[in-house]
Design a protein around this ligand. Structure first.
Ligand SMILES: *Cc1c(COP(=O)(O)O)cnc(C)c1O
Length: 400
């Protein structure tokens, strides 16, 4: 990843179709569009590829995550359990609905720690939302039994793991609803966009309405349509959908390239006995967009991370010291810094963040490096990179 590395003729052709008829909107204008319905076509591709009954495109992954919660009826004051290692969008999406993100420790899967999830359930918990970070998944079977026992929703944020699988199912399709992002740096990109997938026809209908101002899409006069519920505008444009359509058809190719590159680097790093790799839950297969490994301690990891940067091994993230993905640096969330007043429920709901520590997660994130696997590398470049990484790590381990 990201998919933009291999933009080419296929993407250009789909976009040209749209520009040639000039209909940039996904609904209506039937007579002008010469049969081009890029958003609809992409939704069908997603349904087929991920073997789900429904897919609804939206304008971003954040909109998709938020909508996946909204269609499951999550709102004011409800608690949603998420990992403390995620992208900020996961808690933003929850807070958009007036709900409360309950951040929970992760384990060596780099996703939700099952025991910590169990301890965090309260009478207000309405959903568990695992985030399949850096291409691999949470223990979905364990989470599903917790959800079933408490009659709450299992909602997957699969924005970073498109194409990964668990027990033979596509990530995003195992829970009640799942979401993807197609922003510019994701495995499949369309500039800005996202999708929700589900087998629940009621949720799918809600998503169809909610993402377009509540329109029920009955008949062919938009002005005369009914609005069974309130909604917003989270529509994707035909231009974005056109790029996504070309990209999704290439997903299998992208994943096999990623797998090849990932395997070369992993095999090289495996020679170093001090290195361990992220645990992938049984029955799961990553999408190989990142290679995640652990070093012996925080100090060594910082040294390796700095040496990688200095020596030109780019795209390896030490999330412990990074603002985007880990609780440690989210002062704006901990202090609820909002442009507008936030409800008392949310303020109170987030008070725990002032005192809660995340030692378990610090232990894993502090020792983790997460290395982006690029599509555009040549095999020689990957091999060169792998030996450079091994050399740097060995030298630092010898020093300490
Ligand atoms: C990218 C991402 C999102 C949000 O996607 P956008 O399309 O950028 O809004 C949500 N969750 C995770 C885990 C992501 O990585």
């Amino acid at each position: 990843m990201p998919g933009f590395e291999l933009f080419g003729e296929l993407e250009r052709k789909e976009v040209t179709d749209v520009l040639n008829n000039g209909v940039l909107m996904r609904y209506g204008f039937d007579g002008m569009r010469n049969g081009h319905w890029k958003a609809k076509e992409l939704e069908v591709e997603l349904q087929n590829k991920f073997q789900v009954k429904h897919a609804q495109l939206v304008s971003s992954g954040t909109a998709a995550v938020s909508m996946s919660l909204a269609v499951a009826g999550i709102g004011a004051g409800d608690e949603v359990i998420i990992p403390c290692f995620t992208f900020v969008a996961s808690f933003e999406a929850i807070m958009m609905l007036g709900a409360v993100p309950v951040l929970v420790d992760i384990d060596d899967t780099l996703t939700l720690d099952i025991e910590e999830v169990k301890k965090s359930i309260t009478s207000r918990t309405k959903a568990i939302m695992p985030v399949h970070m850096c291409g691999s998944m949470a223990n979905l079977q364990a989470l599903k039994s917790i959800c079933d026992a408490h009659k709450i929703a299992l909602i997957e944020d699969a924005c970073q793991a498109i194409g990964g699988t668990y027990q033979g199912k596509a990530l995003g399709s195992y829970g009640d609803v799942g979401s993807f992002s197609f922003d510019f740096v994701k495995t499949i990109t369309c500039g800005e966009g996202g999708a929700v997938i589900t087998n629940n026809s009621q949720f799918a209908q809600y998503a169809d309405h909610y993402s377009d101002h509540g329109h029920d899409h009955v008949g062919n006069d938009r002005g005369a349509e009914e609005h069974p519920n309130l909604g917003y505008n989270f529509r994707i444009s035909e231009l974005n959908a056109a790029v996504g359509l070309a990209q999704i058809r290439r997903l299998n190719d992208f994943i096999s390239i990623q797998k090849k590159h990932y395997t070369i680097i992993r095999e090289a790093l495996s020679q170093i006995p001090e290195i361990t790799f992220r645990t992938v839950p049984e029955g799961g297969e990553e999408n190989y967009s990142f290679l995640n490994f652990f070093l012996p301690n925080l100090e060594i990891t910082r040294k390796v991370s700095n040496a990688f940067k200095k020596e030109g091994v780019d795209g390896c993230f030490h999330y412990y010291d990074n603002n985007w993905h880990y609780i440690r640096k989210w002062e704006h969330l901990k202090n609820v810094k909002s442009l507008y007043p936030v409800s008392d429920e949310v303020k109170k709901g987030l008070e725990y963040l002032k005192t809660k520590s995340f030692e378990k997660s610090d232990y894993f994130i502090g020792r983790n490096l997460s290395c982006l696997i690029k599509l555009s590398w040549t095999e020689d470049q990957v091999k060169e990179r792998a030996s450079k990484m091994v050399e740097i790590i060995k030298a630092i381990l010898k020093e300490v």
